[in-house]
Design a protein. Structure first.
Length: 327
């Protein structure tokens, strides 16, 4: 049982930054720090970035250091959560088969756990966020990529080797565009932020007049159009932006229909910037799922926005200490 007075250090590692925070056993983030991540230098330089972020957190409130029970680290995969090894994330080239948990534990003298960032974020939502009270949580973060976490009975489902749960790389159109993972038609290649931007750019190339509103929001021309510009144009009533996001909602409906048929979770939670945007399309997604699931009771599964926004990595990393075992 977790002591409600305990504190945990949550560390969120990305390709360009390391964020760290002190988190209570109730999910409250007390203090935070952020430093650059030197992902293209040496493995030790990457480790030093983590130590620097943690050091800044302790500097802000040194009296709390004695109350820290453990360190959790959320990182892009592939990784081995059982051994705490970072295998070969594309945006963290400094680490290849790197025993990150072991190195951090040796440096900070605190027990350390490492897990996939999306899975960890899902765990935080299950314990402290929108998923509280649900036994089976499906979490999806939609942003630059699409990551997922499956939380069963308060624990992350890892599969046989720790590599399970890559829902963002589920193919829904085998004729679709090639994904960064090498497969074709993954939902990540179709509905992530960059995918929405590519679809917008293609439609603007076909009809520049229809894309005038989106282009007006993107200094630099068509190649500079991002998903954020599409969102802004949609909120301003632009028909092309409406069309692009309607197509994105349809693709998510196809994907979620398959998720429901496979897992039938108690709740579906969306995080990430694109997840927040597409939460405004929940009703359309739900209506269209009828054609893409055989589960006649799928409407009973709520769709919710995540509690933790940009702090999901910090909260998720800390939440790794709430999972009693390694499923």
């Amino acid at each position: 049982m977790t002591n409600p007075e305990q504190l945990f250090l949550g560390v969120d590692v990305g390709g360009t930054k390391v964020a760290a925070g002190l988190v209570t056993a109730r999910g409250e983030i007390l203090s935070k720090a952020r430093v650059p991540m030197v992902s293209r230098e040496s493995a030790e330089a990457g480790l030093q970035a983590i130590k620097d972020a943690i050091g800044e957190v302790f500097e802000k409130d040194p009296s709390r250091r004695a109350g820290v029970a453990g360190i959790g680290i959320s990182s892009p995969g592939p990784l081995d959560p059982r051994k705490g090894i970072i295998i070969n994330p594309p945006n963290l080239p400094c680490w290849r088969n790197y025993p990150l948990a072991e190195r951090v534990q040796a440096a900070l003298k605190l027990p350390t756990r490492v897990d996939n960032d999306a899975k960890a974020a899902g765990l935080a939502e299950a314990h402290w966020g929108a998923g509280q009270g649900y036994s089976y949580v499906f979490y999806a973060t939609l942003g630059t990529g699409i990551g997922t976490g499956e939380i069963f009975g308060g624990q992350i489902y890892h599969g046989r080797t720790g590599a399970a749960g890559e829902g963002g790389h589920m193919t829904i159109d085998y004729h679709g565009p090639r994904c960064g993972c090498g497969k074709h038609g993954c939902i990540e290649a179709l509905a992530s932020g960059p995918a929405v931007a590519r679809r917008a750019q293609a439609k603007i190339a076909e009809n520049p007049q229809a894309g005038a509103k989106i282009l007006s929001l993107a200094p630099g021309g068509r190649a500079a159009v991002h998903a954020e510009h599409v969102a802004q144009a949609w909120r301003a009533g632009d028909p092309l932006a409406q069309e692009i996001l309607r197509e994105t909602a349809f693709l998510l409906a196809v994907w979620l229909g398959n998720i429901v048929d496979l897992l039938e979770p108690d709740v579906i939670i969306f995080g990430g910037g694109m997840g927040e945007l597409m939460s405004e399309w929940f009703e359309q997604i739900r209506d269209q799922m009828a054609a893409w699931t055989i589960n006649s009771r799928y409407r009973e599964i709520p769709m919710m926005r995540a509690r933790y926004g940009e702090d999901s990595g910090i909260a998720g990393a800390a939440a790794l200490w709430l999972s009693a075992g390694k499923s």
